[in-house]
Design a protein around this ligand. Structure first.
Ligand code: DQA
Length: 143
């Protein structure tokens, strides 16, 4: 099984931005950690990140016929990107939405996800371990 992990805007600034919320680990450290966990789970993964909505749409479209599953943290786009919602709906690739923070315990506007309805489910509030949990879902669920 091949899984594409897509990260949205400002995720590349982890380790720099709001460390009290997102933790101390840099984006590079997180990617290395996820590649290591994927190896343990015998899962092939690729990780991409973009600060640009259209590029995220391109990643999703280009995943069609190439990846079996997507793990996406659309970051701020979660809360308003119809384009990302449409792209996920178009490709019909099983997708899990991940948020590092508990979006339900923060500002009101973070509680709404326009992308979650086209995902199998949403994992939030478990830090970067949420990505590992999502990988475990794909390994253990018959998708
Ligand atoms: C986030 C939550 C979003 O509300 C925020 O805009 C982010 C990160 C998270 O992983 O907790 O950039 O997706």
């Amino acid at each position: 099984m091949k899984v594409l992990i897509i990260n949205g805007p400002n995720i590349n600034f982890l380790g720099i931005r709001e460390k009290d919320i997102y933790g101390e680990k840099t984006y590079e450290e997180i990617c290395s950690y996820l590649y290591e966990k994927a190896r343990e789970l015998l899962l092939k993964i690729d990780i991409v990140q973009s600060n640009i909505e259209g590029e995220i749409v391109n990643y999703i479209q280009n995943a069609y016929g190439v990846y079996d599953a997507i793990i996406i943290n659309p970051a701020a786009y979660t809360h308003y990107s119809i384009a990302i919602y449409d792209a996920l709906k178009a490709v019909q690739i099983p997708t899990i939405e991940v948020h590092i923070s508990n979006v339900h315990a923060r500002e009101e506007y973070r509680r709404k996800s326009v992308t979650a309805p086209v995902c199998i489910g949403q994992i939030c509030g478990f830090g970067i371990y949420g990505y590992v949990m999502a990988m475990m879902v794909f390994v253990n669920m018959n998708i």
